[in-house]
Write a protein that binds this ligand. Sequence first.
Ligand code: NCD
Length: 402
Amino acid sequence: MTLEGRDLISIFDFSDQELEAVFTLADEMSQHTRGNLGLADGLIMCTLFYEPSTRTRLSFEAAMQRLGGGVISVADAGATSVAKGETIADTVRIVESYADLIVIRNPYDGSAKVAADFAGVPVINAGDGTHEHPTQTLLDLYTIRRAKGKLKDLSVALVGDLRYGRTVHSLAFGLARLGAKITLISPPGLEMPAHLLARLESEFRCRPEQYRSLTEIVPLPRGRRPNKQQAWAEEVLSQFEVFYMTRVQKERFDTEALYQQATAAYGEVPEALRRARTDALVMHPLPRVEEIPQDFDRDPRALYFRQAAYGLPVRMALVAALLGRRTTRVRKARPGDYKPAPRHEVDFRKLSPVRCPNPRCVTNHETYLAPQFNFLPYAPGLIACAYCEHETPVPVGVEALG
Ligand code: NCD
């Protein structure tokens, strides 16, 4: 089995064995993060970024150049015909004739799927709105695996903006799939969306504990002797082997007041991190804003810069595999491996299609796209948008296609 020619739009696109194969290849690539490996001679990657980025775009471009390939880049979509109203579909149909691989970041949920549907070359999702960021998850899982040697049964706290943060959406599924135990800690209003919680529960029997803030678990000491509540809090805190911190996604808020309200809850996070167990890992996809103070950087538990550095070998491995320039040895499936339940597409031929209820969904912005929905194997009364996965009740009279 090979990954040549495949897209990576969602963390669900790769099987457990394929994830392992990418990690094994990343181990090898981590020996070649300087110089030119000469594997991608004559090939070109196009990075098409409609949103700001430092690490993701630069590490993809560095990865391609370390592999020996070339890069063409749109770092500011305002400077392209997108500003004149060009669609994603038209843009990628042009780009595919110049490049062998497209890496796209776009503010609309589900936009990377549109690129993959219209491009004849492999497409990698580098972040589609609030939906997913699967390559960040590859490097996050790789980092944990390297630091802890395992993912199974590891206790991981996902902290921060779990509503709009696409990194934690992909990561929660990656962790649950590989057997880690997750806890969700998010300010009121920024909890993980219900449809993601439903999928975690039904597909992975994962029902995470939820807290409003790290300070809810760890009330600051008022006196010298910990009271009962504090003793309990210390016990909860000491369970976490990984803290995955995230920034409140300011650009997704409708008003500054809502943003201020959400960030207020971060108050005493640094104190909580300092009181974490000594072998805990503190991670962050970066950029950080106020979640982790600079003076924590020297703490041996701070792993975020190493995590960002692993973006290079992981993306080298992914790109080499999708371009077919490196054979990935994918092992045969074993009984415990995750297998997605089949989803059946809704047939709208006899009815007018419903529109996706998510205002950020790409289908509500690029209106040439026909809405597409799938029946959910675990929620008989609901259908999910095939682009952004938001759910809506099954309209009367619809059937499955095929
Ligand atoms: C993240 C993103 O863009 O989603 N950044 C990244 O890719 N490392 C996280 C963020 O912007 O908060």
